[in-house]
Design a protein around this ligand. Structure first.
Ligand code: NDP
Ligand code: 8X3
Length: 254
């Protein structure tokens, strides 16, 4: 397997949930981490926790292409030798049927999950290739594989992520760049708090009385995919809580 001490990992959405857990996992294994997110106080706290030798922080809204490319271009040595990218920043907003959804919520999901992820990949991929290879891990979702009521644009955005990851593999053929799409199901993070816009009562409901996956579970899958020997590419990892399974098709009857 690869030695994570040789990794410099750029993580979007490192202020919470999967990205935060991944930052800790990689730094704990001796990797350098470039942690990106919008909330500076959380980035500062992460840097204090991991240490300035292990962690460089960048305040970044991935919805802004210019900012994303400028931030990547300005990363100082030794953190600029990025060879692993975790394009993880993303969100769901609302769970209403499509006919009732606030158009601004759909737009924010597309701007973040689709365009922000595109910008992250486009800003970092040339450097990976120039440095002789690396690994891009994208954060998809089971919502990109299966449909459920209210998933509408969120699920569609994650289907985009999955197909982009698969298509990237074709474009980096021969360049020693690996690509993996992680597709988690129910996992307890701030995801639901964001989806329900700070309504903590509603946000805790999906996790009540069950054992959801943790952010650490997902970080472990990300980590594993990236330390696999260089000749192995894990294309996709779909993972669910053991307590989460499939519902039958929904038949409408008069
Ligand atoms: P959290 O809400 O805990 O974390 C989301 C992270 O994304 C935060 O660090 C947030 O940072 C960052 N983020 C959101 N918008 C932006 C933006 N415009 N620019 C930069 N960073 C942004 O949720 P999760 O950790 O659960 O979610 C991480 C990813 O995993 C998302 O893509 C989500 O869709 C996906 N996912 C989550 C699942 C779950 O059940 N939890 C299951 C499957 C996939 P900040 O606000 O500081 O910018
Ligand atoms: C998050 C998982 O099932 O809430 O991507 O859409 S789900």
């Amino acid at each position: 397997t690869l030695d994570p001490r040789d990794f410099t990992v750029f993580i979007t959405g490192a202020t919470s949930g999967f990205g935060l857990a991944a930052a800790r996992r990689y730094a704990g294994a001796g990797a350098k981490v470039v942690a990106a997110g919008r909330r500076r106080d959380r980035l500062e706290a992460l840097k204090a926790e991991l240490g300035a030798d292990a962690c460089h922080i960048v305040e970044l809204d991935v919805r802004d292409w210019r900012a994303t490319s400028d931030v990547v271009a300005a990363i100082p040595a030794p953190f600029d030798a990025i060879n692993v990218v975790l394009a993880n920043a993303g969100l769901a907003l609302g769970l209403q049927p499509a006919a009732d959804i606030d158009i601004a919520d759909w737009e924010t999901m597309v701007d973040t999950n689709v365009k922000g992820l595109m910008y992250t990949v486009r800003a970092l991929l040339p450097g990976l290739i120039a440095r002789g290879g690396g690994h891009i891990v994208t954060m998809g979702s089971v919502a990109g594989d299966y449909s459920y009521p209210g998933a509408s644009v969120y699920g569609a955005s994650k289907a985009f992520v999955k197909q982009l990851a698969l298509n990237l593999r074709a474009d980096v053929q021969g360049k020693k760049v690996r690509v993996t799409n992680i597709e988690p199901g129910l996992a307890e993070t701030e995801f639901s708090l964001v989806r329900f816009k700070g309504d903590a009562g509603r946000a805790s409901k999906p996790y009540e009385g069950t054992q959801a996956m943790t952010a650490e579970d997902i970080a472990e899958a990300v980590f594993w995919a990236t330390v696999m020997p260089a000749h192995v590419n894990i294309n996709r990892i779909q993972m669910m809580a053991t307590t989460q399974a499939f519902a039958p098709f929904d038949i409408f009857r008069e």
